[in-house]
Design a binder for this molecule. Structure first.
Ligand code: MG
Length: 369
């Protein structure tokens, strides 16, 4: 550990657009590429890395607004830097691009602090778990039966992951029979002992979601994510009261108040949180505390490698999403990625920070900003 810590010297943002390995889609959108915005914060000879999945405009917010606020600050005082950034975003807008930029910088600052102190991130934050349970997530509505079967087989029989999630609610809930056929096929492929989850991405209406929920019980579905839009908390709460499966949401939360409203509305059985959107690790830890106050677990949404270290310190943690698209992108762009075999992630004890380092030799070909 260096005796005299320096200051934040430089903050840099870059963006990479990576084509999917096959067209991907859920209940309400489809996509053929995903953009990762990477933030690098330097102090002394160390660099912290954070990222978000969003528009290249996030890089502009970092370069023009957030980065200049950090230069010259003590890199150990992450919360002070976070507060300055939140203040600066007031008239720019925190929900959306501003919040995603904030999240990427905050994650980079925590990573930098851990690296300056030569600690794995989960040791800096104080771990309460030895590992973070994951579930395989994908099962896109754009997949044909063979693609769905192959992906589920890979997770369950290839990697021994005992939890999986597929997308339903196709075309805004207009393909209900196909949704149910795909759920039936998923159950056939994974066998009776694997937990089966579904995500409608807000594609159904309330009545439809309640009807679908009753059919899902035939296939022992345990998790029904965003059966209706998470913008409509009373609707979500109505489905929750009638569904057998746990109703979950929270992936679009950009600040603490959003999560408090969702909990207070009794809209979910498990609160999802995304460290690349909610305001970074600083806010994720506060979100987990809000959930705990309502007696709820939290589950990490996407970006698996950026969540692991932080979620190790969350007492009321259920699990983390091993999202096909992001797991693949992180494995392409970074060294030090983790293996989900067995259904849990364990960060390396001998790597400081979150343990990942960019691979410019692979990333440069995808760079767009
Ligand atoms: Mg979702």
């Amino acid at each position: 550990m260096s005796q005299t810590m320096g200051v934040v010297e430089r903050v840099e943002a870059s963006a990479y657009t990576i084509p999917t390995d096959a067209p991907e889609g859920d209940g309400t959108i489809t996509w053929e590429s995903t953009t990762l915005v990477l933030v690098q914060v330097r102090s002394d000879d160390r660099v912290g890395y954070g990222w978000t999945y969003g528009s290249v405009a996030c890089a502009t917010v970092v370069d023009d607004l957030l980065g200049p606020l950090l230069v010259g600050r003590d890199p150990l005082d992450v919360t002070s830097a976070w507060e300055a950034m939140v203040r600066a975003l007031r008239n720019v807008g925190r929900p959306g691009i501003g919040g995603m930029a904030l999240s990427a910088v905050d994650c980079a600052l925590w990573d930098l602090k851990a690296r300056l102190l030569d600690l794995p991130l989960h040791k800096l934050l104080g771990a309460v778990h030895d590992e973070v349970l994951v579930y395989g997530s994908g099962g896109f509505t754009t997949y044909d039966d063979q693609q769905l079967t192959d992906q589920l087989n890979g997770w369950v029989h290839g990697h021994d992951i005992p939890r999986v999630k597929i997308k339903i609610g196709e075309s805004w809930g207009t393909r209900e029979q196909r949704d149910l056929r795909r759920v039936a096929r998923a159950r056939d492929v994974i066998g009776p002992d694997t937990e089966l989850y579904v995500d409608a991405n807000g594609g159904y209406s309330v009545g439809q979601a309640v009807r679908v929920a009753s059919r899902l019980q035939d296939f022992d579905v345990r998790w029904f994510e965003e059966p209706v839009s998470s913008d409509d908390l009373p609707a979500l709460a109505r489905v929750r009261r009638q569904a057998g499966a746990d109703v979950t949401a929270g992936e679009y939360g950009h600040d603490l108040a959003y999560f408090r409203r969702m909990c207070a509305a009794e809209a979910v059985d498990c609160l999802q949180v995304d460290v690349t959107r909610c305001g970074g690790i600083t806010e994720l830890l506060r979100v987990a505390a809000v959930a705990a106050a309502y007696g709820l677990d939290v589950s990490g949404h996407c970006a698996p490698h950026l969540h692991v270290g932080a979620l190790m310190s969350v007492l009321n943690l259920r699990h983390l999403e091993w999202f096909h698209d992001h797991a693949r992108i992180e494995t392409i762009l970074f060294d030090g990625t983790l293996d989900p075999t067995g259904g849990a992630l364990q960060p390396a004890e001998d790597r400081a920070g979150h343990g990942l380092a960019p691979r410019p030799d692979r990333a440069d070909g995808y760079r767009v900003a």
